[in-house]
Design a protein around this ligand. Structure first.
Ligand SMILES: Cc1cc2nc3c(=O)[nH]c(=O)nc-3n(C[C@H](O)[C@H](O)[C@H](O)COP(=O)(O)O)c2cc1C
Length: 490
């Protein structure tokens, strides 16, 4: 990290700095750094006369090349590159491959990214904070309980101010901690506190990688939405060891970062889009409910794909077991009526995509107590009433979004039903999918499975898309929505 020469400051500024440093139990240099960050961030300082000192320190920061904090980089002019304006929080774990993290920092910065680093204490056995700080040109964060760091940035800000968290090397230990929800040091706490995507580059001995515990952790982290790059097969640093477990090369990790951050165009920037996903649960009594087989995978993937194109996505999710998509504001509901209320509160919006499998009916009155089975009385008769039709409600709403997309999950007469839905519900597009066992899609079918084959029904006609993964359907639908919204002026 570059140093700050306090003696170059005016006497008055120096005096004020001395006083503030003493008040905050900091060195004058540290106090200056805190204030430079505030000044560069445009934040109002803690004392009235800060304007003057902030200006002086800002000048100092720019003339001495003091690192610009990652939080200040958005919108500032940076060297052109695929990762310009992107903020990466790199977590270095304690493995032999930690030395490769140094090259990774360099490669990321070359592409314009601002890199902040958290190191575990084991990582510091392999590479020094000095080298890491010099390469990242920023303070290196190592301690959850460091008073100064917590005061200046804090573990929550650290985890949220980045666009992406990268763990390289991801040790067996860090994977186990995150898979099991541990928050026992700065690295694991930041990982569990983040609302941003996480990319892990595992590196370990092949036996560690193939151990059932690591396999379990890898699988559950995947389900939680963590992305992995590597490990690769090959020679290990340990002599006479070869197999799977070698960390992906820095350039492969950079490519994964670029793909995840979709360093491409963001045609939906400034657009607010509502997405519903998952099933609804309609209570019969406090322990029983009526549900359906929707997993939320398609709706969540669409929310994530829209967010990658820059949209401000509000996801209203029924009860699902999958993770909230990264970069999306998610509201959790149970019943159709709650979903309708949540959606209406989110209006107005530029577009709304109704993917949730909302129950058509609910019981007229759900019992306040568990319904008892009484011998000789037979089963209870459940009287059903219709649930609100959320798609139709929004399709005909006075604050109707410019683009309304509905889903039609059908087991028969797919196209006829989808076309009828288009006009009846006031939708612009209906994404029709065959959820019958004859759909020919995988053993688990469309509902709950990972693949989908859809047709896009609009006034212009029907477009058939080939069978794809739900992520691919989501990406293609997000691109179509971006295209349609181009013609809709807000
Ligand atoms: C020489 C040496 C090399 C190590 N290499 C690795 C490794 O490549 N991957 C790994 O998961 N653990 C490795 N370990 C074990 C980790 O350092 C250990 O599990 C540590 O607790 C990880 O802490 P962290 O996850 O907080 O960084 C190694 C240990 C030593 C002593």
């Amino acid at each position: 990290m570059a140093s700050i020469t306090i003696r170059n400051l005016d006497d008055e500024v120096k005096e004020l700095l001395r006083r503030l440093a003493a008040e905050n139990d900091r060195s004058m240099e540290e106090q200056a750094r805190v204030m430079i960050r505030a000044a560069v961030n445009g934040q109002v300082g803690p004392v009235g006369r800060l304007d003057q000192i902030e200006k002086a320190l800002h000048k100092l920061a720019t003339s001495q090349g003091t690192p610009t904090p990652a939080s200040a980089l958005a919108g500032k002019s940076l060297p052109r590159g695929t990762l310009s304006n992107k903020r990466i929080l790199l977590i270095i774990g304690g493995g032999i491959a930690a030395y490769k993290a140094l090259d990774l920092i360099r490669r990321l910065r070359e592409r314009g990214a601002a890199v902040r680093v958290v190191m575990t204490s084991a990582a510091q056995e392999f590479v020094t904070t000095l080298s890491v700080g010099a390469l990242s040109a920023d303070h290196v964060f190592i301690d959850l309980f460091d008073r100064n760091d917590e005061h200046d940035v804090g573990h929550i800000r650290l985890s949220r101010e980045a666009d992406l968290l990268v763990v390289a090397p991801a040790t067996a230990d860090l994977m186990a901690k995150l898979a099991n929800g541990h928050a026992s040091d700065l690295a694991s706490t930041v990982l569990i506190a983040t609302d941003k995507p996480v990319l892990m580059a595992p590196a370990m001995n092949p036996r560690m990688w193939s151990h059932p515990a690591t396999r379990r952790n890898r699988a559950s982290l995947g389900k939680d939405g963590i992305t992995f790059v590597g490990p690769a097969k090959g020679e290990m640093a340990e002599s006479n060891e070869a197999g799977e477990g070698r960390m992906a090369e820095p350039l492969e990790i950079v490519a994964a970062v670029e793909a995840l951050l979709d360093a491409g165009p963001r045609p939906l920037a400034g657009r607010k889009i509502i997405v519903t996903s998952g099933p609804t649960h309609e209570p019969i009594d406090p322990v029983r409910y009526i549900a359906n087989r929707s997993s939320g995978k398609q709706g969540h993937a669409i929310a994530a794909a829209l967010a990658r194109l820059g949209a401000d996505v509000r996801l209203v999710s029924g009860p699902v077991t999958i993770a909230d998509p990264a970069g999306v504001k998610t509201l959790h509901v149970e019943r159709a009526q709650e979903m309708r209320d949540a959606v209406e509160q989110l209006l107005p919006a530029d577009a709304a995509v109704f993917v949730a499998a909302v129950a058509d009916w609910r019981t007229e009155n759900s019992a306040g107590e568990k319904i008892k089975k009484v011998v000789g009385e037979g089963p209870p008769v459940l009287r059903m009433v219709e649930n609100p039709d959320i798609l139709a409600g929004v399709g005909h709403h006075k604050h109707r979004p410019g683009l309304v997309v509905g889903f039609a999950a059908e087991t028969q007469d797919l196209l006829r039903n989808a076309e009828a839905k288009l006009t009846k519900k006031g939708a612009d597009l209906i994404v029709a999918n065959d959820v019958s066992h004859q759909s020919g899609i995988g053993p688990s079918g469309v509902m709950g499975g990972d693949r989908n084959r859809v047709r896009i029904v609009s006034k212009a006609g029907v477009e058939e898309w080939p069978e794809m993964t739900k992520d691919e359907v989501a990406a293609r639908l997000a691109a179509l929505i971006a295209e349609r919204l181009k013609t809709i002026v807000v």
